[in-house]
Design a protein around this ligand. Structure first.
Ligand code: FRU
Length: 480
């Protein structure tokens, strides 16, 4: 049955069927969260890209709608963003009925095959019926390729102090900023990053967002990179700095990662959500995305995460935490009795149920190793924990289930601990084939997918004599 296939996530968005990659065009409008996504409706592997479409009232329950954008003679529809043109700067809507404008990359496969370097260009399309039907602009492309092969993934926002739109574009080994009064005519403003950050691969899917820390405004620039992630393959780095409408200046030269895990890529934030910044990533990795052992459908998104800034270890960092709307599917909160747990380390047997999707939280000291182990009767286990000597969190999926589909899948991923607090808080979001760790209030995060032969029926904690405090488990309802 639909949404009940093996490995199908129950608390995360995935397409009904076929292939998905990057989340695209996320925009909040009239009480609805729109999610578009890189979609290939004919197969469970990557192919000519369309924009799929889904909507939600709460970021948790999703309804998939019909395809929003189809490839055309200018090419496939690659990643991009959507804005609400409230003041009708583009003239594509009216003052009373603003257009939803999608800004995306047209990727021309013929140009690519012919060996040209100008086959990626930025185009726009608009919708006057809340994203249901779209019209491509006749004057496409609106940003022509100057001769850079990797020239894509426009993320656009309204920069009110300058009364203009700003486009953040991934241009091979750097970010290029453009600006426009009307979403049609774009002018290059500046470049950032050729000498900064990680450069193990090409830069993709950027986003630039303002966030406050102690009343002061900063800008966070997210940049996905493939390959070159901290644990192999694709991952998303970020910079914290200042933006003056023309140019981005970082406050530190440290390379930072929004998530150290292998499976959080191409993530960006929703537009039109005011001061709230909500991030969503693609929960896979280009190393093996086309080979994961699901049938009928392939790939899902991370849980939507709220982003904030936090000072730690002499620098400014982004924290990510599940959006509070996740509460909408919490069936109950079970406070796990530490005494009972001491007698029987299997949390599932202590709480007398085996939920397939749940949230687990606890606090402990950060002076010795500790771990959470999920296992089954097929001898498979997934271990998520903290290593005190190296002061880092990890997800070990080397024996977590199927891993023969790709040599690089069976791995241990590490995330450095940034917090200097003597106690750590540890939160896991577990779904049928994914686990997301949010440690120290979302300062250190790891996301990984896994594919056990049979579901995990044991959940235990190894705490090396340290006290585990406030241990809670919250079984989650399926969103489908
Ligand atoms: C990132 C990415 C983007 C591109 C899209 C194509 O995962 O490679 O740069 O627009 O996927 O599907």
């Amino acid at each position: 049955k639909l949404y009940q296939e093996p490995y199908r996530l129950q608390a995360h968005f995935s397409p009904k069927e076929k292939w998905m990659n990057d989340p695209n065009g996320m925009v909040y409008y009239k009480g609805v969260y729109h999610l578009f996504f890189q979609y290939y409706p004919k197969a469970t592997v990557w192919g000519p890209m369309h924009w799929g479409h889904a909507v939600s009232n709460d970021l948790i329950h999703w309804k998939q709608l019909s395809i929003a954008l189809y490839p055309d003679k200018l090419g496939y529809i690659f990643s991009g963003s959507v804005v609400i043109d409230k003041d009708n700067t583009s003239g594509l809507g009216t003052k009373g009925k603003p257009a939803m404008v999608a800004i995306f990359t047209h990727h021309n496969p013929k140009g690519e095959k012919a060996g040209t370097s100008t086959y990626q260009n930025q185009s726009i399309a608009y919708s006057l019926d809340e994203g249901t039907t779209w019209t491509k602009y006749k004057g496409n492309p609106v940003v022509k390729n100057p001769g850079i092969k990797d020239f894509r993934d426009p993320k656009v926002f309204w920069y009110a102090p300058g009364n203009k739109w700003v486009m953040t574009l991934a241009t091979k080994d750097r970010i290029t900023f453009y600006s426009s009064p009307n979403l049609k005519d774009w002018k290059k403003e500046s470049e950032f990053g050729r000498m900064l950050g990680a450069h193990g691969g090409v830069w993709e899917c950027p986003d630039l967002i303002p966030l406050k820390l102690n009343g002061k405004e900063y800008w966070a620039l997210l940049v996905s990179i493939n390959p070159g992630g901290p644990n192999g393959g694709s991952a998303t780095q970020y910079f914290v700095g200042h933006f003056d409408g023309n140019k981005f200046t970082p406050t530190s030269t440290e390379t930072k990662w929004i998530d150290h895990g292998p499976d959080n890529y191409a993530g960006v934030t929703w537009s039109n959500t005011g001061n709230r910044k909500i991030f969503l990533g693609w929960m896979s990795n280009w190393l093996y995305a086309n080979e994961t052992p699901t049938v009928k459908w392939r790939s899902a998104t991370t849980i939507p995460r709220e982003l904030s800034l936090k000072s730690a270890a002499g620098d400014i960092w982004l924290t990510s935490n599940p959006v509070e709307e996740l509460e909408n599917i919490v069936t109950k909160t079970i406070n796990v009795d530490a005494g009972l747990l001491a007698k029987d380390n299997n949390i599932f047997s202590v709480i007398k149920q085996t939920p397939t999707q749940y949230r687990l939280k606890f606090n402990t000291q950060a002076v010795k190793d500790y771990s959470v182990i999920l296992s089954n009767n097929a001898g498979e286990k997934l271990v998520i924990g903290y290593n005190a000597k190296n002061s880092r969190y990890y997800i070990d999926r080397t024996r977590a289930g199927q891993n023969k589909f790709n040599k690089q899948f069976a791995s241990i991923a590490y995330a450095p601990r940034l917090s200097l607090s003597p106690t750590s808080d540890f939160e896991l979001l577990v779904d049928a084939s994914s686990v997301e760790l949010f440690a120290d209030g979302g300062l250190s995060n790891l996301t990984g997918i896994y594919f056990p032969k049979i579901p995990y029926t044991r959940l235990s904690i190894v705490n090396n004599g340290m006290e585990i405090e406030d241990l809670q488990i919250q079984p989650l309802k399926s969103i489908w």
